[in-house]
Design a protein around this ligand. Sequence first.
Ligand code: PHE
Length: 352
Amino acid sequence: MSSADTSKLIAELDRLAAEFAGEIGKLATEEEIRLAQARYLGKKGKVSDLMKALGKLPPAERPAVGEAANRAKSGIERAVGERLSALAEASLSADLARVVDVTLPPRGAALGTLHPLTLVRREIEEIFLGLGFAVRTGPWVESEWNNFDALNTPPDHPARDMQDTFFVEGGRILRSHTSPVQIRTMLAGPPPIRIVAPGNVFRRDDDATHTPMFPQMEGLYVDKDVSFADLKGTLLHFVHRFFGPNLGIRLRPSYFPFTEPSAEVDAACYLCGGNGQVDGRSCRLCRGSGWIEIGGSGMVHPNVFRAVGYDPAAVTGFAFGMGLSRMAMLKYEVDDLRSFYEHDARFLAQFR
Ligand code: PHE
């Protein structure tokens, strides 16, 4: 090889560096730039290709070519560095050009709230836990025997009509009240028994004031010498804790198959204090009557004790039941039952 070849090689190296400088300006991403860099400086790149001829040159001419190769390499690397930092700067100034209003109020974490029916259930459980009652639950799908027969309501009993019932396959029903939890608890062990049984119950009702499923809370107290006065005192204590101190209760004779005697329970209206008037106008909560109905109650019927194997001559007891949606409506003055089941966050967020 001659010195003419040497100067051609040097010229070619310089040309490659210039060619690269022209190409890189069009590249817009780091990936494209790195790929182009590899096409020139990589193992099989254009510069390395030319350098294969180096060995064939007279030794005295090699240093000049080596120098040209280094010049080409560093020219290409400089061009890469410059182009990359130009890109980084462009993206930084694009970021800085975005307008952010730092005075906007933050959105805050959207924490959920407890459902009003849950709040009311917990509050009532607390009141009875304070009286030494335990909380017991049972299944929604029940035997007819637990739901009716054991509660002194045989199949031909007209009182079965009081609770229009859903039947499911296999001779079972959706429980129409939580009273079967009382049966289950008594079957499970001897008295004394002091429980409240919260839970959903089901009836074939569906209108403005009834939903086919609703939550209930029932209570049962069985021991020696439990009296009607104990029932009245317990209900009075409950009303004082739940609705307000100094409110009276009224027990109206009624009928339930599983209690005798039986009574509907009214509480004096907490809004008007029981006089039916607010600011000279008829009270909107009790509609002027001074009383609000809160549930049913009575002394456990001897046949219920017989069904669970308790001796009706040895023990007495009282039971009561109330609808939790009704208690929540009264407590929070909600006038449409459906609000509890529509999942409207604006409604639910009011309860904390
Ligand atoms: N189980 C009755 C009902 O759901 C409520 C009740 C319970 C009445 C206990 C009296 C005594 O209608």
